[in-house]
Write a protein that binds this ligand. Structure first.
Ligand code: GLC
Length: 423
């Protein structure tokens, strides 16, 4: 095991170094210095990727972890909005840009959000360094973003935030959105072109309202309360409550964190199947496609222990659904859309991702299941030792897929450290 740890950790460090982008942007002459997800496929700065990179960088140099967040904060807008992509070197990557389905809010950033992992990253930096000056520096824009989410993305005021297009969860082509996006896994070569067409339709519907972002979720075109996004949101609020030194704010954020968790338990939990379902549209219709998202409230320490046990014992450890040779697949193997071999040539439709394993690892530990957490870490490391630091992996064979030298797969450094290795 030690030999595998060293090999995987060495490769992760190489990726974190090799993917660094540094320079001065045509965007107001701002300096940028961050780790990109992949120099070839994803040469820009992405919101949740950077938060994961910061956590991995803590095991290389805590100053680089802070730098990653500082660079990201340069994209924060005065009203609290934080874009999912910052296009620092826009002119150098026209070809990559043509591949994406995105809407720009400005020539240098998108009009889209991604899950607010950033609060957890800052808490981790604080725990590792004790640097309160850093926290004071970055907290104001992050706090504004969490207030923005509440103000602009909870039109029915139930505590759960809504996304307005699939990639706002970061899970761009997850089959859970297929019905609303009018796409299908069959024939596989049609999935991606159909997704692109549906994204264009959404963008056209939103175009007249871009100057008034509160209107868009209220349109109900794609108003989606995503379990993973809301679990990360609740976790982020809990982190903010720990980070702030204002007592009234700590109370506010802790209360909001509990409210989001309670809303998930009341509205998304399905007692019959023992999982959480995303809620689609104004009618909150449960989207019953079994993906890892349905297990994600496990990351919340205050989740009802009975529900946590059901998620783990009936689903995560179920060898027909999620406990495959190289867990955790993004889609349960029992789903007709499960695509481990990447036939649809698009993301989040079956393969295993390291950021998901990282979150679930800590969720398992939070719920006292250290043995399973260790087993998950061990299988993750074994898979990466033979396949490298890839974007995602075939959950049946462990074969690497997608981009090579992929940024957030370096989160494995945190797993190795947590398992007592030397990252
Ligand atoms: C893909 C992923 C998204 C990620 C981005 C950059 O679009 O679906 O979650 O942020 O790549 O890695």
């Amino acid at each position: 095991m030690r030999k595998e740890w060293d090999k995987v950790a060495g490769d992760a460090r190489r990726v974190l170094e090799g993917n660094r982008q540094r320079g001065v942007s045509a965007w107001g002459g701002q300096r940028y210095d961050f780790v990109c997800p992949s120099p070839t496929t994803y040469p820009f700065q992405w919101f949740w990727d950077s938060a994961f990179h910061a956590i991995a960088l803590l095991h290389v140099d805590p100053e680089l972890a802070k730098q990653e967040i500082r660079c990201l904060m340069q994209g924060a807008r005065p009203d609290g909005f934080m874009p999912h992509m910052l296009l620092w070197e826009k002119s150098a990557h026209e070809a990559a840009l043509r591949e994406y389905s995105i809407t720009l809010a400005d020539p240098f950033y998108t009009a889209t959000i991604q899950p607010p992992v950033v609060a957890r990253a800052v808490l981790r930096i604080h725990e590792a360094t004790g640097d309160t000056a850093f926290v004071r520096e970055v907290l104001p824009p992050i706090r504004r973003f969490f207030r923005w989410l509440k103000a602009y993305r909870d039109p029915d005021d139930d505590g759960l935030v809504a996304i307005i297009q699939p990639d706002e969860s970061g899970l761009d082509a997850s089959p859970k959105y297929d019905r609303l996006m009018e796409i299908s896994h069959d024939p596989p070569e049609e999935t991606l072109p159909r997704l692109r067409r549906s994204m264009r339709r959404l963008f056209e519907a939103y175009a007249p309202y871009r100057s008034d972002p509160a209107r868009i979720p209220a349109l109900g075109t794609f108003t989606w309360e995503d379990v993973m996004v809301n679990a990360i949101y609740a976790d982020g609020l809990r982190c903010l409550a720990k980070l702030t030194d204002l007592a009234h704010e700590a109370e506010e954020f802790a209360a909001r964190a509990s409210r989001v968790r309670a809303a998930l338990e009341t509205k998304s939990w399905d007692e019959k199947t023992g999982v959480f379902w995303d809620l689609a549209g104004w009618d909150d219709e449960p989207a019953r496609t079994l993906t890892f998202s349905s297990l994600f409230p496990l990351i919340l320490e205050d989740l009802d222990p009975r529900k946590a046990t059901r998620l783990i014992d009936e689903h995560l450890l179920n060898e027909r659904e999620f406990w495959l040779p190289y867990p955790v697949p993004s889609v349960a193997a029992t789903e007709p859309s499960f695509d481990p071999t990447w036939r649809t040539n698009t993301t989040w439709r079956g393969p295993t991702w390291i950021n998901v394993n990282w979150y679930l690892y800590w969720g398992l530990r939070a719920h006292g299941r250290r043995d399973i957490a260790s087993e998950l870490a061990e299988r993750t490391v074994r898979m990466m030792a033979s396949s490298g630091t890839r974007e995602f992996y075939n959950p049946l064979t462990g074969e690497g897929q997608g981009a090579r030298d992929f940024g957030w797969s370096t989160l494995v450094l945190d797993l190795i450290a947590a398992e007592g290795g030397n990252p």
